[in-house]
Design a protein around this ligand. Sequence first.
Ligand code: HEC
Ligand code: HEC
Length: 396
Amino acid sequence: MLRSRSALTLPACGVFGLLVGAYFAFGLPDPSISIREQAAAKLEMIQIEVAATQSRIDAINLKIYEVESRPVKLNLGDPLPEKQSYELGRKARAEEVLSWDIDVRADGSGLPEGSGDVWTGEEVFAENCAACHGDFGEAIGRWPVLAGGHETLIEENPVKTIGSYWPYLSTVYDYVYRAMPFGYSQSLSHDDVYAITAYLLYLNDLVDDDFELNYENFKSVRLPNENNFYLDDRATTEHVAFAVQPCMSNCKAEVEITARARIVDVTPDEEQFEVTALAGTSSVASPGDAKALLVDAGEKVFRKCKSCHAIGAGAKMKSGPHLTEIIGRKMGSATGFGYSSAFKSAAQEDRVWDEAAMAAFLAKPKAYMPGTKMGFVGLKKADDIDAVIAYLKEAG
Ligand code: HEC
Ligand code: HEC
């Protein structure tokens, strides 16, 4: 926005006259030089001064121009400035507004006068629309289908057409007039659009071939799917359910991690070894190979134990006891590990880990050893248990 321009202008001749006048009024002529020469010299000086003054004026004008053309910053909430014009363009004329105002609504408002019948519609359609939508609205290639599709809305791939899906005829009129023919929109007369709309109704088996659509009967035409549309009530139904203020701080007194997804086994290991597939295959040449494969598989299963257990010579305690030479070892006997009382009493009873006990424990640790503090749900697959036992024997 530009404020009204207030440039400084000081006409060069005005300044000149002023200065010449001042000279002749107050200057003392030098008697040794002729008056003409003196006047010429003075004139030159004055001209220099005029030029200097003019360039100062130019500089000031430039400043004013800069200030005026700076964008005016408005803060939100400030009242709008009185003069709100970019000084571009002009007000739209009523006819211009009318030419934009072409929407036709479901209640018939905006519908222009006119009429057209199915036969005329067929001709206009063949000429303007059939190249893309097919002679009968069945569509050429991948252009939209305009007819058919009845009863398909409940199918997996519904065919949504004017007849099967659209709620109001006004949309057909509005859309065709506004947007079609594709690439040459708004080239049709209102009577042509009436005729095409009548033809589209005919193609959708909604009227007979002698039907004429016009301004008067337009509103009485109903499309079959109209009643399946209803007002969106989510704002008053679903929305209230989510409108409660969510808790954003100090929502829970304390947070305790009870188990890790990896350990409770909710996320299956992608690389989990299919023991069955390998151990049982006929391609396994000898019992020795089968055992090696089982141990391999067991090593992979042992990844689930690794976060808590180490195994092998010199293995350290982790959150669980080391499992070195566990098969044949007394239960609860790794020195230096603080066992639960369940394991302590098993130790007192001199119970020993054999394969059967291990299999039962690993299947359901808490059932086999009630009161154990091993936070592990157990292994679901018998094959995994066999494999991990094979690994425990081998590794430890
Ligand atoms: C050059 C190809 C072409 C021509 C010719 C053409 N259309 Fe279309 N028509 C289209 C395309 C493309 C669309 C989809 C436009 C979109 O989704 O934005 C369409 C969409 C439509 C739709 C909406 C279909 C729907 O279910 O969404 C109607 C109705 C329609 N055209 C009618 C006509 C009529 C009537 C004529 C002739 C006056 C016509 N078209 C001429 C290409 C064409
Ligand atoms: C979340 C940690 C954790 C995981 C995972 C875990 N364990 Fe344990 N395990 C323990 C703890 C702790 C103990 C000691 C239990 C007690 O004192 O009640 C234990 C005890 C054992 C014992 C008894 C050791 C002894 O000295 O008698 C064996 C055997 C065992 N676990 C094997 C396994 C195997 C095999 C796996 C994997 C399939 C596994 N555990 C997974 C923590 C774990």
